[in-house]
Design a binder for this molecule. Structure first.
Ligand SMILES: *[C@@H]1O[C@H](CO)[C@@H](O)[C@H](O)[C@H]1NC(C)=O
Ligand SMILES: *[C@@H]1O[C@H](CO)[C@@H](O)[C@H](O)[C@H]1NC(C)=O
Ligand SMILES: *[C@@H]1O[C@H](CO)[C@@H](O)[C@H](O)[C@H]1NC(C)=O
Ligand SMILES: *[C@@H]1O[C@H](CO)[C@@H](O)[C@H](O)[C@H]1NC(C)=O
Length: 437
């Protein structure tokens, strides 16, 4: 028991000593420790803030040598996006981290009991006037980037102070989407940030040349990359410089060029479509509908075949309607699935006509002509297999006395039907390979 008490008291004393060391080691030895401890931290902060904002004018660029630009480092965090494919816009939410040095908002930390950091309201300071060039609400939209966040001030010494702000933003940007490769399309859209000042006054830079951070989910969802139908493929950043109505990728080298340039931070958002439901909802029904056309030529009774094709027509009209409401507006050439559907509708109409023709030929019991039989030759064996033996005999004998054996020639309807079956099968395989996959 005694040992335990001894241990506990030893522990408490050690703890108290280390804490005392930490709290005093922060201060300069010359300072009157009692004086500092007498004041609370908040009091010190208010005194500091009063002192630094006394002669501060937030309208002036906070740099001593006014012929030098202020360099603003920018890093974009993307927290959410949503795509409107009909209007071709992306709504992006997140925040922008900005850091720069302020040479007017300075203090000597030795005079303020070594307080090096403080917080201020963003609107109290000079700050770059950031705009979005491709915002759908116009470039003069004021509320997209919040002006009400806090700024954190860290003293670099008595000559400059590092300012960090993290305003949130929510902006809808206009994009140029191309859907011709639907549903395998990839879209790229850039968020264009610039300041109203020219480059000789304010220059935007990428924070350590980092790509933007994406944080669409929390906890177990940090790797989440898709929202709705779209998956985030990549997000990258680069700079561009606007001068004389042109965009340049090189930074202006001379001061004269900088006077006529604006720096712009581009955040490129690449999106890929999530095609999970495409195969089940669009491709498979279209393919089955195409196969139904082929099978209609497999049916021995033309009535059944006509019935099947009419049913297929209904299926497609209901189904095409569904596709059209689901599809993005066509910009450029139409998506392949739309081309497939329209060709399918044409093939189905053609199949209906062919079936009616076949039915008529069947009703009047027409036989193929001897001439045609000779031209087709061995193909007839495949096309009219039911009379295989007869055909081969007929075709061999046909040169001697053709007219006598007309009765033994195959039905024209049967030959046409089988020919259509083969042709339709080939066309469907061909179209599916090129337009569906
Ligand atoms: C400490 O605070 C008390 C009461 O606020 C004040 O009377 C005293 O002068 C202060 N001491 C110093 C060293 O500032
Ligand atoms: C301000 O910066 C310019 C350009 O670097 C330099 O030529 C000039 O001497 C500087 N002025 C002062 C007062 O430091
Ligand atoms: C900062 O304040 C301390 C204490 O008042 C003073 O000794 C020092 O010279 C000051 N430094 C500058 C750069 O003004
Ligand atoms: C910026 O990146 C995009 C996408 O990677 C590219 O298309 C564009 O040409 C780049 N611009 C510059 C100025 O490097």
């Amino acid at each position: 028991m005694d040992r335990f008490l001894l241990f506990v008291s030893y522990f408490i004393i050690t703890l108290a000593l280390t804490r005392a060391q930490i709290s005093t080691s922060d201060f300069d030895e010359n300072n009157n420790v009692e004086d500092i401890l007498n004041k609370t931290y908040v009091e010190e902060q208010t005194k500091l803030q009063r002192a630094i904002f006394k002669d501060y004018n937030r309208k002036l660029r906070p740099i001593r040598n006014q012929s030098l630009p202020i360099k603003i480092q920018i890093h974009v965090y993307i927290m959410h996006f949503s795509v409107d494919q009909m209007q071709q816009t992306i709504l992006v939410n997140g925040h922008i981290y900005m850091v720069w040095n302020d040479e007017k908002l300075v203090w000597n930390s030795s005079e303020f009991s070594e307080v090096r950091t403080t917080i201020a309201k963003q609107w109290e300071l000079w700050q770059p006037d950031l705009r979005v060039a491709n915002s759908v609400s116009g470039v003069n939209q004021y509320f997209e980037i919040s002006k009400r966040s806090h700024a954190s001030l860290t003293s670099n010494g008595p000559d400059s102070t590092k300012i960090e702000v993290y305003p949130t933003f929510s902006m809808k940007i206009g994009c140029q989407f191309d859907y011709s490769n639907y549903p395998f399309d990839q879209q790229q859209c850039a968020l264009r940030l610039y300041t109203t000042n020219r480059m000789n006054e304010v220059e935007l830079q990428l924070y350590y040349n980092l790509n933007p951070s994406v944080l669409l989910g929390w906890g177990d969802d940090v790797t989440k990359k898709h929202i709705g139908e779209w998956e985030l493929d990549s997000v990258t950043s680069n700079m561009t410089y606007y001068r004389n109505r042109n965009y340049y990728s090189e930074r202006p080298s001379s001061g004269g060029e900088a006077e006529q340039s604006w720096s712009m931070v581009l955040t490129w958002i690449s999106l890929k479509r999530n095609i999970g439901l495409f195969w089940v909802a669009l491709a498979l029904p279209s393919f089955i509908s195409a196969i139904l056309n082929v099978f209609s030529f497999f049916m021995p009774h033309p009535e059944h075949a006509i019935f099947l094709i009419v049913a297929n027509f209904f299926m497609q009209s209901v189904f095409l309607q569904d596709i059209l409401t689901r599809l993005p507006p066509t910009v450029g050439s139409s998506p392949r699935i739309v081309q497939f559907s329209s060709l399918l509708l044409m093939l189905t109409s053609l199949a209906l006509c062919l079936q009616l023709w076949i039915k008529r030929m069947g009703d009047t019991k027409q036989k193929i002509s001897v001439e045609a039989a000779r031209r087709m030759g061995m193909f007839l064996v495949v096309l009219a297999p039911m009379k295989k033996s007869q055909i081969s005999e007929t075709v061999e004998k046909e040169s001697d006395d053709a007219t006598k054996d007309v009765e033994e020639l195959p039905d024209k309807a049967l030959v046409v039907r089988n020919l259509c079956f083969v042709l339709y099968l080939l066309v469907v395989i061909f179209l599916s390979a090129f337009l569906l996959i």
